[in-house]
Design a protein around this ligand. Structure first.
Ligand code: ADP
Ligand code: MG
Ligand code: ZN
Length: 600
């Protein structure tokens, strides 16, 4: 079943289908055949109303205003995407593209917006909603901002594609699969396109969810098709978006699961095993739920490389705003750095959306340029939208997280063992924590000394200690720290024999790691069990007290470092080093570390 060629349908038919709630997905675009002037609506019907096999795309040309029908779709909860087709060369999302057409584009944008703010920048990536197809993406690395680390890693992939011969001559094995992992809207799809653009190779793409919608057997044969095409066009990129939709762990469902999905996944695995990276095909996949993926996908020779594409920090956000502000008429008073500062937690797509919203605001007010006031209003709108579905920290939360992370870093700075804190960040990480502190061992270590273990405990509890002394209360943010610290303290007592009262007796069973749950302690007398608990608690309480003492002594530094962190969101390198070097050690630290002194 081809889905490439859309069937023309009368606008009145479309309106009727909308009114009967038969429409599943809609893309509103401009028709490239008519200089991008006329509007065009592409859509698909819900499976029960479409053809028996596969998916048929329909296209229609609207007559008059589309406001009514779009509102109706919105009420039905139908996904409406705004697609500037063809996508602009610069890869800028939204309608505000070429500066020459700005005024016209703004007017058009305003029209859509009145219709209920259809489409977000996040859905733009999907705007070329075709099953697969070759395209010169026209996107380059310069269009993707604020994700420098990911770009650096992917630069190599560009080189594989562009200069494959160099690697083949040397007999080097080129990797086959790269998995881009990160929260929605951080630019994974954009990066994949940029790799193709930089290397000047074809980009064949397909979204995981499209495989799964199919009837049995269709998904697998599409995968086969896709790879056959790819091999003919090598060097090229095969991009599989939303890999999690096909790649979920198999056999998880006792009632038989989704056969179609599993068949598709198996076919994908077969295809990936069936060629080598040296054939010039590189498979890039994206997911925001890596934890659900079938482990088979990560085996060597499949997606064995993972690249994290995370939310940008403040300077990253500024770069992204600059990219998206390029084609927009910005007023004199617009300060993008200010905007970056106010948008902690925004992903690239949110920022693209923000610029678009601000432009819409300006259009609504019949302005010639977008002013700061438009941005401020747009920020509020976008944040309101984000708060519903994700994790934008409130100002108070950011502050708590900042004190917490600086607490770890300050305590860690005074501890032995060379576990230097090398980076602290309060950019919400996509995959878990709200902030993080990165500790890098100076050398590979296999043994931890007793004083280092104590130091590690105090460092782990330093975050919570900072919250305690600054706010007089603690948040739930420290649960992971407490878990880790407790595990470590328990090991110290039951495995490493580090408690004087219990002595060098192993209370943990050596094979405990093979057991799931249940007790992993050797059967002990109730008295010994009580003593173990007492010793663990003592270690932890001591560590907590030491952390608090350190932070009290360095309160000024705690404040200034936290301010600096709130300001830039990330502290690392020389700046962090210089700050931490000022930390003062309490007089009793050495004695405590040596285990000869209890601060409780
Ligand atoms: P993802 O695939 O990670 O969900 P997309 O690549 O689809 O995100 O991003 C959607 C849109 O948001 C992009 O087309 C682009 O306009 C904008 N965008 C997202 N991340 C960035 C970025 N790092 N730099 C510039 N624009 C971005
Ligand atoms: Mg995407
Ligand atoms: Zn912590």
């Amino acid at each position: 079943m081809k889905t490439e060629t859309p069937v023309q349908s009368a606008y009145s038919t479309f309106v009727e289908q909308v009114n009967n709630a038969q429409v599943q997905r809609v893309t509103i675009g401009r028709d490239s055949r008519r200089d991008g002037k006329a509007e065009r609506i592409d859509y698909i019907l819900k499976p029960e109303f479409g053809p028996k096999l596969g998916r048929q795309r329909y296209t229609t040309r609207p007559v008059g205003s589309t406001d009514e029908v779009v509102n109706q779709l919105k009420r039905q909860g139908v996904q409406v995407t705004l697609a500037p087709e063809p996508l602009p060369a610069a890869g800028i999302a939204g309608l505000i593209i070429s500066s020459g057409m700005l005024v016209g584009a703004l007017a058009l944008a305003a029209k859509f917006s009145r219709a209920g703010g259809v489409g977000t920048a996040a859905s733009m990536g999907k705007s070329k909603a075709r099953s697969y197809g070759k395209s010169k993406t026209g996107v380059i690395f310069a269009d993707v901002a604020g994700v420098d680390e990911a770009k650096q890693e992917l630069q190599e992939v560009v080189d594989f594609l562009a200069n494959g011969d160099k690697y083949r001559q040397l007999g080097a094995k080129i990797p086959k699969g790269v998995l881009l992992v990160g929260p929605p809207g951080t630019g994974k799809t954009l990066l994949a396109k940029a790799i193709a653009g930089e290397a000047g190779v074809p980009f064949l793409s397909m979204a995981g969810s499209e495989f799964v919608e199919m009837f049995v057997g269709v998904g697998a044969s599409r995968v086969r098709d896709l790879f056959n095409k790819a091999k003919r066009q090598a060097p090229c990129i095969v991009f599989i978006d939303e890999l999690d939709a096909v790649g979920k762990t198999r056999g998880g469902n006792p009632t038989g699961g989704n056969d179609e999905r599993e068949q598709t996944l198996n076919q994908l695995l077969t295809e990936m095993d069936g060629f080598s990276g040296n054939d010039g095909v590189i498979v890039i996949a994206a997911t925001n739920r890596p934890e659900t993926l079938d482990p088979a996908l990560r085996r060597p020779g499949r997606f064995d490389r993972q690249v994290l594409v995370d939310r940008p920090d403040k300077s990253g956000r500024l770069e992204i705003l600059q990219v998206h502000g390029r084609g927009v008429a910005l007023g004199e008073d617009v300060n993008l750095a200010d905007i970056a500062a106010q948008t902690a937690g925004f992903a690239g797509a949110d920022l693209a959306n923000l610029v678009n919203e601000a432009a819409l605001m300006a259009a609504r007010n019949n302005r010639q340029a977008v002013l700061m006031a438009d941005f401020n209003e747009a920020i509020e709108r976008v944040i309101a939208g984000l708060e519903k579905r994700s994790r934008v920290l409130t100002a108070a939360e950011r502050q708590t997280v900042a004190y917490h992370e600086v607490g770890h870093a300050l305590v860690g700075a005074l501890m032995p063992g060379g576990n230097r804190v090398t980076k602290i960040s309060i950019v919400p990480r996509g995959l878990g924590a709200l902030g993080y502190t990165l500790q890098m061992p100076e050398n590979d270590r296999y043994l931890m000394l007793e004083d280092e273990l104590r130091g590690q405990l105090a460092t782990l509890l330093g975050g919570r200690a900072a919250e305690e002394i600054v706010f007089g209360k603690v948040s739930t943010g420290a649960s992971d720290d407490i878990q880790k610290a407790t595990d470590l303290a328990e090991k110290a007592v039951t495995e490493y024999g580090m408690s004087v009262s219990l002595g060098p007796v192993a209370f943990a069973k050596a094979n405990a790691q093979f057991l799931d749950g249940g007790s992993d302690r050797r059967t002990t007398s109730p008295e010994v069990a009580t003593e173990i608990d007492r010793q663990v608690k003592l270690l932890l309480n001591n560590a907590r007290s030491m952390a608090i003492e350190i932070l009290r002594l360095n309160r000024g530094l705690l404040e200034s470092a936290t301010q600096a962190l709130l300001e830039t969101e990330v502290l690392d390198g020389a700046q962090l080093k210089a700050m931490l070097a000022q930390a003062q050690a309490p007089a009793e630290l050495q004695t405590w570390l040596a285990g000869g002194y209890s601060v409780v």
